[in-house]
Design a binder for this molecule. Sequence first.
Ligand code: G1P
Length: 301
Amino acid sequence: MSAAAELGQGVKAVIPAAGMATRFLPATKAVPKELFPVIDKPVLQHIVEEAAAAGIGDVLLVTGRGKTSMVDHFDRRPDLEQRLTERGDKERLEAVIAPSELSEIYTCRQSEPLGLGHAVSYAETHMHGEPFAVLLADEFIDPKHELLSRMLELQQRTGGIVLALLEVPPEAVSRYGVAAIEAAPDSDDVVRVTGLVEKPPADEAPSNLILIGRYVLPPAIFGAIKETEPGRGDEIQLTDAMARLLDKGVPVHGIVFRGTRHDTGEPAGYLRTIVELAWDRDDMGQFRDWLATFMEEQKDA
Ligand code: G1P
């Protein structure tokens, strides 16, 4: 086992995936966006792989109406496996079995979409009073960056909350949770978070460091969520619950992530993600050549 994977041993994760994905309508009317393919794997598999690379082998998926097919992807498929075995198609057989070996997947249903904080609150009994990770299903990060392992390690050292932060142009902050920070003396990418605000207007944002969808949270978050009134968008916001803990003196740290975040939560980011990943794949040479030619042709057009 890699050193990175050792950190997550025994740690559980929750993936809130009950949203209606309105930014992708009508595609998401009947198909969960978490199952959209990024080349040949669904978005959700990339996320569970990210958790597994950090050693997390227990994932609670918070699902919603019309989204139960997500769970099937992580189950075995004996009929398909038998067909591929008969054909001697070892490569596809391994690819079909792989998702079921990444993690134990547990599910529960969020009956009403009352916000991210509300979705996370479903994890309370599953986490048995231990710190846990939250991975939002809109985005993923290449496990080679070891972001989640570093977050787990930092949480084990500092306690409290650990967040992944990303610097964005100031005009983009109002779509995200935003952190006020002060630099930690001993690190170039670890910061102390001194304030948290959900989707502030750009001119009121405390910084241009946004919360991307990776969190390591202490069990005290569940009490804080219960005390949190609906906020931005009239939803119970996780950011507001974390801000409550911060006010009570719970330490909050952030890691400023400087690699590529694959944002699959809206159509342009989804397309970008597919191109970025295809660019790195040996078997996508023809696609790369086509894309380079296509771009040249567009310049001349
Ligand atoms: C959620 C969080 C927000 C965070 C964002 C990251 O917002 O509430 O704080 O910055 O995810 O993707 P949503 O995208 O669900 O509106």
